[in-house]
Each structure stands twice: as C-alpha cells, then as structure tokens.
Design a protein around this ligand. Sequence first.
Ligand SMILES: [Zn+2]
Length: 554
Amino acid sequence: MRGHLFASAGRRVALIMSSAAASSSAGGRPTRTTSSPSASAALLSMAATFVPHHPIAQRAMQYLDASPDPFHATQNACDRLEAAGFTAIDEKDAWTGKLNKGGKYYFTRNRSCIVAFAIGGAYEPGNGFKVIGAHTDSPNLRVKPRSKRSAAGCTQLDVECYGGGLWHTWFDRDLSLSGRVMVRASGGGFEQRLVRIHRPVLRVPTLCIHLQSAEEREAFKVNKEDHLQPILATEALKSLTGDVNAEGEEAAVEEAAEVEDDVSPTGEDGGGKGGGKTDDGTVHAWSSGQEPLLVSLLAEALEVETDAILDFECSLYDTQPASLSGLHSEFLVSSRLDNLASCFVATEALIEHADDADVLANDRDVALVALFDHEEVGSSSTSGAGSPVMGEAVRRISSALSGGGALADDLLAAALANSFVVSADMAHAVHPNYASKHEKSHGPQMNRGLVIKSNANQRYASNGVTSFVVRELARRAGLPPPQEFVVRNDCPCGSTIGPIISANTGMRAVDVGMPQLSMHSVREVMGVADLTHGKNMFKAFFADFRTVDGMLDG
Ligand SMILES: [Zn+2]
C-alpha cells in the first residue's frame, strides 16, 4: 500500500515533467496545458522540494495505517524497536543485572503504553534522562460493554464517544473495527489478541437533506448518544431463504436471545463477566449483551470459535488509507495524526540515535521515548501520563544501573534534576479560512518546522528556559527556527502530557508539536516536511541536549 502511495507521489512529479515537455515541444500551437514552459519548470522545481520528505512520509503512513487503535500503535512501535535491536523487558521482573550501558530496551504497560530507551555508554547513576513523550490514543467511537443494538431493520452496534472528537466527520465514512480481544486459549488459560477487520463493515449515515428543515440543516448538531450509532448489517438478510450464512446468523441471534431471558439486563446472573459459556453450556450474561454478528466477525478474524471470545475493547476506525495531498504532494492526510505522527517521529529518532555506535557510546544520559495512553481523556490511568510509569522508569533504570538495591534518594533526585522532557503533541497551524482564530503574532504554518507551545496558565509546560533550549538545539543543528504558538486570550487552551509529567516528577519540560489542521477530525492534515523537521529536532535533542544544558547557569 505504501509503495502505491509513494509511487503516486512520484507519478505526480512525472506528470508535471511530461506536461513541461509537452508544452515545450508544441511549437507554439495551443495545448491542453495552460502552463508556460517556465511556469511548468517552476512547478516541477516546487514539487521536487518535497520529494526528499516523501520517504519519511511513506514510513509514517505505514505506521498510521497499521495503527488504528492504541494497542496496534503500541505493537507496531514494539515491532519497529525489535527490528532495530531493542530488547523487551517486563515490568514484572527485577531489572537489576538485565540492563547495561550501551543497551537498548523497551517495556509496555496495558499493551497501550510503551517506554523505550537507550542507555548511553558513558552513563553514570544520577545522570539525566532525555525524554520525548507522546500519546498513542486518538478520539474515536468505541463499542460499549453491551454492544447489541438494532432499529428500523438495521443491526447496529452500541458505541461510546472516546475523547473530544469532531464527531460530524465520522458520518458517511467507510468504517471498520479494531482493538484487542480476550480469548480462551486452546491449551487452557486466556490470552489477549489484537484484532482488526480490514474491510469496511460499519457506517454512520447522515440524515438525508429532504428530511431536515432549513433550521435543522443550518444548525447541524450531533446528539452523541442517538446519532452516532453505526449500522453493521441489514436485518432483511434474515428473511431471505436459502442463505446459509443468514440462517447461521439468525440461529446465533436466537441462541443469544433465549439466554437473555435468563439474565437481568445488567448481566447480574451470578456468573459475572468473563466467559463465552459457563461449564454447563449456558451462554454467559456477558455474551447475551453482545451482538452475535459482531462476536462471529471477531471469532472469524481470530480463527477461534465464538464461545472462545471472552471480552474485547474494540474501537471504530476509518478504512481510508493515509495519502499524500496538495499540488506538490506536500501534505499528509490521515486519521490519528494527533498523535501517532509524533509517536512515529519520536520512535524513529530514538532508533536512529541508538543506531549510531559512536553517539551512543559517548552519551552520558539515557535517551527515552514514552508513548502514553489516555491523553485524550485526561491521562489518569495506569497507562496514562498521570500514572507512575514515567517516574518509575527513571527510578528503576537508575537503580538497576547502580547495582540494584535501594537507589540513594540523592542520586534519584539528581537524575530527575538532570532530566528534560520534550512533550510532543500536534500543534494548530493557522487555518486560512479561520485565520482570526489564531493570535496574530503566533500563527504556525505547515511545512515550516516544529512549534513551541506556551501558555502562561501552565496548560503547556514550556517556559523561557526550556523554550530557549529547543531554539538553541535547532540553531546548533541548522534546523528551521521553531515557530511559536500561544492561544488567544478569548479562546480556551488545550493541554498535553507535558504539565502532567512535570508536576509528577519535577522534570523540566517543553511542549512542542508539528503543525496540523483539522485536529480531532477523522481525517487530519499536516505538512510532509514537518516530519523531517520533527525527527531532526528530536535527534538533535538526544545528541546535543547535555552540551546545551551544560552551558546553562543553574
Ligand atoms: Zn494530542
């Protein structure tokens, strides 16, 4: 798929080239192209400007398309790190004796949060942690604990809004389903399996224009409970004769319906949640609340029997793959740019930093990337930035590398004071049709480099010193000067994991992000050059932060 996407970008350049050739060989006769040779050449040269950024955009698109939910985003980050020589460690084990200077490691929590780090060859306990933090979650629709729902001859799924999505963008999209499923393992025990349905199977249709009054059309307003429930199937199928699948599906529906009579609507039948069937063969209360077609779909995708499905956390996603856009293929459009674009760039920066043997051997710190879950809903969870995971990583890594045992409080405090967090989350570029929404002197633009986000009320963690560090790192590395973002005084401000980590650990932090439009739409857009700018900035942070920090007083 990525080859196709990249090829299309290349083809666009080729088309422009052939257009230039056609107009120069037309001998003055009118041609279909209205561009003069010099105009075409200019177009070609502008298109070429973005070509160097297409390989990283192609890799980003692969990551974005393969990561429809936080579980897949985490697994794909693990796969990339494994391929780059990082070793998995487990939070449940003691790490003393397992970590070495110059080593590369990662661990996950809840399989939706990942911490990866490379220990510098010159590291000593008490030295700092250079942290880039981002988040794996994005606003989406999630299947409710009891998924069954139907109306007007349509089998639907009951869904819940996760985070602050622009929900109107979810209408009329070719949606599908992904997430993780608890499965009864064939050899006994239970296992978590990732699941993804690759074809479109769900749709949230808009109401046709003819059934809306002029006032309703004008005030298009989404009721999050009533209007966003997707359609999975038509119930008309059940009335058709001779369709083996329909008969099977109808039997499954009836089976579940029979059992539903035996349990309370809340599932309080004494069996609790957690089994497709109990030992005596009675369908469990949990199953009775599930849409049988959904359970069958998941079972088929996982190649297990339906009664092996014990629970799931599934969310909806748009099946349209990421693509390049704009006349010069200068934009990347995709779902979940906020914040998988940052996750991708941060992971790649760490991999490349750790891949340079000389750089890693001379590094006196730990270079670390932490991708948290649940940022879109406030970060308060075991796998969110509000959890102890960041502080524990610093403490446990420092302790393991100081020979184990209790790490002296003094050394831990020194490590935290020597550390620095780059909180990477997407930033708001100025929208050309809504330019007045931005503060006049703080309007970041796409393809012009990373943005430093500041807020006097501490919605962002940046301050004069931490912002200066980023600008100085950019200057030393020859990167575009960072852009600045401050929200207007009459507009509410978003927030990030930056202030949360800073408040929990005391580590210095700065909030940065690659600029984008349409944040929290199901389809967002950013500049391809900013992927390169972002990655180079993060690599400069890993490579050069200690030197810059050493030049700061206090
Ligand atoms: Zn975000």
